[in-house]
Design a protein around this ligand. Structure first.
Ligand SMILES: Nc1nc2c(c(=O)[nH]1)N[C@H]1C(S)=C(S)[C@@H](COP(=O)(O)O)O[C@H]1N2
Ligand SMILES: [Mo]
Length: 204
C-alpha cells in the first residue's frame, strides 16, 4: 500500500488517493450480508476440500488445516452494495499454500477456473488467477479474533481485490472447473469477475 505523505492539498475528497473504487462509500462498521440464515458450523465435523471436477484431490479437517502455513493480510474490501472498508486485518491460509499442500504447482494448475463452495449451498466462480500469487486466502481470523459465524466463521474465502460476494463465507471447497461456471449471484445477474475498480457489478 502506498502512503502519499502530506504534500497534497488536504481539502479534497478521501477517494483522491485512488483507494476508493467508483460508486463506493467508506464505512467503519462491518455490515453482514447473507442470502439466508447463518449456518452453524461445528469444528469437529469441519472439512475443507480441493476438487478437480467431481474428483476429490485433498481435504483437511480443522486440525490439519490449522497446521498449514499461516499468513496475515491488511487490505481494503468492497461490497457491491456500495460500501467499502479500509485496512481490514485477516489471518488464515493463503490459497497458494493450500494448493501447494494439495500437490499443485502454480505454473501447472489443472484448469483456469474454480467454483468456491460453502456449507449453506452458496457458490461463486473465479478465475484461479484471482486466487493465487498472494491475492487470496481462506481466512479464519478477523482483527486478531476467530472469525465470527455471521462473517463466515470458522473459515471463509477472502478475495479482497474483487467485490465481496466472491468471498464465500463458511467455505468448504474449491473446485477446479473446465469452464467459468456461474455461481449463486452470478446466475442471478452479477458479474462473472467483479472488479470494483472497473465497476463490474452486473452482467458481463
Ligand atoms: N456462504 C455465503 N457466502 C457469502 C454470502 C452468502 O450469502 N453465503 N454472501 C456474499 C455477499 S453477497 C457478500 S457482500 C459478503 C458479505 O460478507 P460479510 O457478511 O462478512 O460482510 O459475503 C458473501 N459471501
Ligand atoms: Mo453482497
Amino acid at each position: 500500500m502506498i502512503t502519499r505523505g502530506f504534500s497534497g492539498p488536504r481539502n479534497k475528497k478521501i477517494s483522491d488517493d485512488g483507494r476508493l473504487p467508483p460508486g463506493q462509500s467508506l464505512t467503519t462498521g462491518f455490515p453482514v450480508l447473507t442470502s439466508g440464515p447463518t449456518p452453524k458450523v461445528e469444528l469437529d465435523s469441519w472439512k475443507f476440500s480441493i476438487k478437480l471436477g467431481v474428483k476429490p484431490i485433498q481435504s483437511w479437517d480443522w486440525n490439519s488445516f490449522n497446521q498449514l502455513p499461516q499468513s496475515s493480510l491488511v487490505t481494503d474490501i468492497h461490497c457491491v452494495t456500495t460500501w467499502s472498508k479500509f485496512d481490514t486485518k485477516w489471518q488464515g491460509v493463503m490459497v497458494d499454500d493450500l494448493l501447494s499442500a494439495a500437490g499443485y504447482e502454480l505454473d501447472s494448475l489443472p484448469t483456469r477456473f474454480v467454483l468456491a463452495h460453502s456449507v449453506d449451498g452458496y457458490s461463486t466462480n473465479l478465475p484461479i488467477a484471482d486466487l493465487i500469487r498472494g491475492k487470496a486466502m481462506i481466512a479464519t481470523h478477523f482483527d486478531e479474533l476467530p472469525l465470527t459465524s455471521e462473517h463466515g466463521g470458522p473459515a471463509r474465502l477472502l478475495v479482497p481485490h474483487l467485490y465481496l460476494w466472491k468471498s464465500a463465507k463458511w467455505a468448504n471447497a474449491l473446485q477446479f472447473t473446465e469452464k467459468d461456471v456461474a455461481g449463486f449471484w452470478e446466475t442471478r445477474g452479477y458479474h462473472m469477475r467483479g472488479d470494483p475498480f472497473k465497476e463490474e457489478r452486473y452482467g458481463g
